[in-house]
Design a protein around this ligand. Sequence first.
Ligand SMILES: Cc1cc2nc3c(=O)[nH]c(=O)nc-3n(C[C@H](O)[C@H](O)[C@H](O)COP(=O)(O)OP(=O)(O)OC[C@H]3O[C@@H](n4cnc5c(N)ncnc54)[C@H](O)[C@@H]3O)c2cc1C
Length: 300
Amino acid sequence: MSAESVSVEGVIRTLPETPMVDVMAGASRIEQRVLDHGFVALVDCMPRMAPEGKTADYSIVQAARVSYGEGTKQVSEDRGLVRYLLRHRHTTPFEMVEFKFHVAMPIFVARQWIRHRTANVNEYSARYSIVPDRFYRPTPESIRAQSQSNRQGGDGCVDAGTAEEFLALLERAEGLYKDYMQFTEKGVARELARTALPVSVYTEWYWKCDLHNLFHFLALRMDPHAQHEIRVYADAMYQLVKPIVPISCEAFEDYRLGSMQLTRLEVEAIRTGAALATTNKREIAEYEEKRERLGLAKPR
Ligand SMILES: Cc1cc2nc3c(=O)[nH]c(=O)nc-3n(C[C@H](O)[C@H](O)[C@H](O)COP(=O)(O)OP(=O)(O)OC[C@H]3O[C@@H](n4cnc5c(N)ncnc54)[C@H](O)[C@@H]3O)c2cc1C
């Protein structure tokens, strides 16, 4: 069926060649629970409609074809083009897709998250409204010990006694909520009263981001080096967007998430079989990790 154009007083409305279907299958919200009281919900996306038989990936292809020409319109060709674009970091077509999420997360997670500046954010106002009584408490088994190799990470678990004491400390911190409420009732402004609450308290926001920048966020926050408490949100978001842009996600896994970057020194060392030309211990350890992943023998 060919496209039909309707012109009324100079305004041309083109009707789709094939019927358009909702990429969220009619849902107003698709939610995943995260941590103890958190969630991440996909509430909207652009494009919201795609031609029947296609996914929202189609709008990436549509934008790219402005630069590459029409070519063939087969789905298999679309996949090849999306993969080419992602592989070659031709990023702007991926900005044509956007996702809007409603998220509830502890404030210490929100602090890491807000560093991603390329999203649009609107957060719950604790100046305007009372903060809800919701605090993050890890399960006893997930109370990590300080990593000895990475100053910024956790590794393994603390012993049961320490875990119990730590949970008691969190409970005492949560007890400040009662005082917070008391002082708001006594007339202290909510914008000041909230300063008594710990960073384990939950906040909420709407977060909208295009696919290019979402992939950047996900690559950083799904990485094992990211803190567990933000990683679980990134994992949940990825599961929400994957059915909507499956071709882009497959390319993201192949060319970004599961890929590896080699430095010039590493390329040289692999090519010549010599040791890495540095004395930096961290760099050498990273090189050894990469060699192991590549199935190469330990360097001489
Ligand atoms: C494991 C991990 C550990 C971290 N540790 C720390 C830490 O100890 N301390 C700390 O402060 N931060 C830390 N961060 C945060 C990190 O430094 C970045 O701020 C965060 O990951 C956001 O990355 P980004 O700036 O690339 O993302 P975005 O803000 O989403 O930006 C995306 C890209 O847009 C461009 N861009 C955006 N805004 C600008 C701008 N104003 N000027 C120029 N280019 C711009 C850049 O190319 C950028 O890469 C950590 C992050 C991770 C993942």
